[in-house]
Design a protein around this ligand. Structure first.
Ligand code: AMP
Length: 551
């Protein structure tokens, strides 16, 4: 573990990507296959390979209790050290310095500890954590805690880990990426590259394949220019959850966007899949629907992450799978086939509910696309996917073959009521803003969301000073501020939410600009939020299923 930490620290000490790759490649070159598999995953900032679909379930309070007990430092001192770093790993490294036995610990032992933490329940998670931290050198502890916190923060992207694998085993980077796209597992990729096993790198049923992603565009013109195509295909952008369905005879498995297995959450799909009559790997979107209508995302949320779905919930929130791609059909891999071929194969399957096909329309120019876009918005959908009909399916890639066209609905003018210290690059500045609208009935401000994107570093630095002066109460990580800074925020949608006093939450809010020109009296109201919700996102705006999808 100490060698891992030293390699990680050396990578973090340089900003030159070539140098990072060289250091990491040299380290990977020294490892056995088993350690290579582990180190590649940990260097990507993960405790487990995504294909293992595991999570640690370890909270901050357990970690802080363990660090406090080993280091014999009190809460105040630990808090002071944390504020200095704003990084859990760096905090633990300093806090534990002098308190541990600094013994050699192997990556195998690290793996066993992570597994023991994962399988322990509640407070029992502290025991394996404490046993390992006690033994580690503080530098190794620093990196161990970075791994469990899910981020190394040493300027390593997954792309750089791939480059280091290429460098370590003299394999072209394109080859490494291809293996990674298919395995979806950086540890497995590293081992296959070390062994020179490339032929076996094809997709297999019941091994989740990374999803193809879309790049955002703002206008129909931009969609055409970026795609560089004469005609494009458009599909509705369904507001559900991404789902991959694998089916071979009576065996069926479902995977979510982060490659976790979600089979148990959607029994109606599992029960109907044998009826498809072919071995398939589908890509699509799960939607909640009832009485022929698509329900809003927040209804679908009740079905997510379930290990068991009872009959009542199935009745209240039934689901369908709207399919837009097929990657495997009866033993044939279709990744490299053009979308036109894949779609034709899909249409030939004669699918029946709960399996539907995404509604497809061809657009021959920007104006045509604009009209289709307007129609889809009229139907209450959030946007349109624009796809190059000749494109292959590129797993894991956010390229230009799939674009998403969604214009922000409207913006809201809101006022900042609380601010938080940022993490990582944003440490030492107040970068996360909670904001409110006005409830005209009570005259009070009510929070509707929290935004942390959209401002430049210079703006954040300037406003940090202002917020420090405007603080009315300092809660440590969070500061309540005088409501004086007005922001214009864009967002993707509005949900009902118990998190904020307003009863609503904006989804994916981004700061468009700071409205110095606007007095707080003139910010938007709760009524306006409710109106937008009803118009676009509430029960009343539900879209008839027949209009969004066809079989
Ligand atoms: P975003 O989450 O904004 O990056 O948009 C991409 C997501 O839109 C995908 O991951 C899918 O879950 C979803 N989506 C909805 N409809 C489609 C469609 N017809 N084709 C591809 N993705 C879709």
């Amino acid at each position: 573990m100490l060698q891992f930490a030293r390699a990680g620290a050396a990578v973090g000490a340089t900003t030159a990507t070539l140098e990072k790759t060289r250091i990491l490649g040299a380290y990977f070159g020294t490892l056995s296959e088993d350690d290579l598999r582990r180190a590649a995953v940990y260097m990507s900032g993960r405790a487990f390979a995504p294909s293992q679909r595991r999570t640690l379930g370890l909270g901050w309070s357990t970690l802080s209790k363990v660090v406090s007990s080993i280091s014999s430092r009190d809460e105040d001192e630990l808090g002071r050290i944390f504020r200095k770093h704003s990084d859990l790993g760096d905090w633990a490294g300093e806090a534990l310095d002098g308190g541990t036995r600094s013994e050699p610990v192997t990556l195998e032992e690290v793996e066993a500890t992570l597994e023991a933490i994962r399988t322990a329940r509640g407070a029992a998670k502290a025991k394996p954590l404490e046993a390992l931290l006690m033994r580690l050198d503080p530098e190794a502890a620093r990196f161990f805690v970075k791994i469990i916190s899910g981020e190394l923060r040493i300027g390593l992207s997954e792309g750089l880990v791939e480059a280091a694998i290429a460098e370590a085993f003299s394999v072209p980077i394109t080859q490494v990426k291809r293996v990674h796209l298919i395995t979806g597992d950086i540890g497995e990729t590293a081992v296959r590259c070390k062994r020179g096993e490339f032929e076996a790198s094809t997709i297999a049923l019941f091994q989740p394949v990374r999803f193809m992603l879309a790049s955002p565009v703002e206008t129909p013109d931009e969609a055409f220019t970026r795609m560089g195509a004469e005609t494009v295909w458009t599909e509705e952008k369904y507001d559900g959850v991404r789902c991959q369905l694998h089916r071979q005879a009576s065996r069926v498995q479902l995977f979510s966007r982060d490659l976790k297995e979600t089979t148990a959450a959607f029994p109606e799909l599992v029960e109907a899949a044998p009826g498809i009559g072919h071995d398939v790997l589908f890509d699509g979107e799960v939607l909640a629907h009832r009485d022929g209508r698509v329900l809003r995302f927040f209804e679908l949320q009740r079905r997510l992450g379930r290990k068991q779905v009872d009959a009542e919930l199935r009745r209240e929130v039934p689901v369908v799978l709207v399919i837009f791609d097929v990657l495997w059909l009866d033993g044939r891999m279709l990744l490299d086939e053009p979308l036109t071929t894949r779609r034709k194969l899909l249409e030939g399957l004669g699918l029946e509910p709960p399996f539907l096909l995404a509604r497809l329309e061809e657009a021959t120019g920007p104006q045509h696309l604009d009209r289709i876009f307007a129609e889809t918005r009229e139907r209450g959908n959030e946007g349109l996917m624009v796809k190059d009909p000749l494109s292959p399916y590129t797993p894991g890639r956010r390229g230009l073959a799939w674009l998403k066209l969604k214009r922000p609905l409207a913006t809201l003018d809101v006022v900042v009521t609380a601010v938080e210290w940022g993490h990582g690059k944003r440490r030492g500045v107040l970068s996360d803003y909670t904001f409110a609208v006005k409830d005209t009935r009570t005259g009070k401000l009510v929070n509707v969301g929290k935004a942390y994107t959209g401002l430049t570093d210079a703006e954040i630095a300037e406003y940090t000073k202002r917020f420090l002066e405007m603080t009315v109460s300092d809660l440590g990580h969070t500061r309540m501020v005088r409501p004086e800074v007005v922001l214009e925020v864009a967002f993707d949608s509005i949900q009902h939410s118990g998190r904020h006093a307003s009863g609503y939450a904006l989804r994916f809010p981004r700061i468009v600009r700071i409205r110095d020109d606007k007095p707080v009296d003139e910010i938007d109201t709760l009524e306006r939020v409710a109106e937008l919700y009803d118009r676009y996102f509430g029960e009343k705006s539900e879209v008839p299923l027949s209009e969004v999808a066809e079989t």
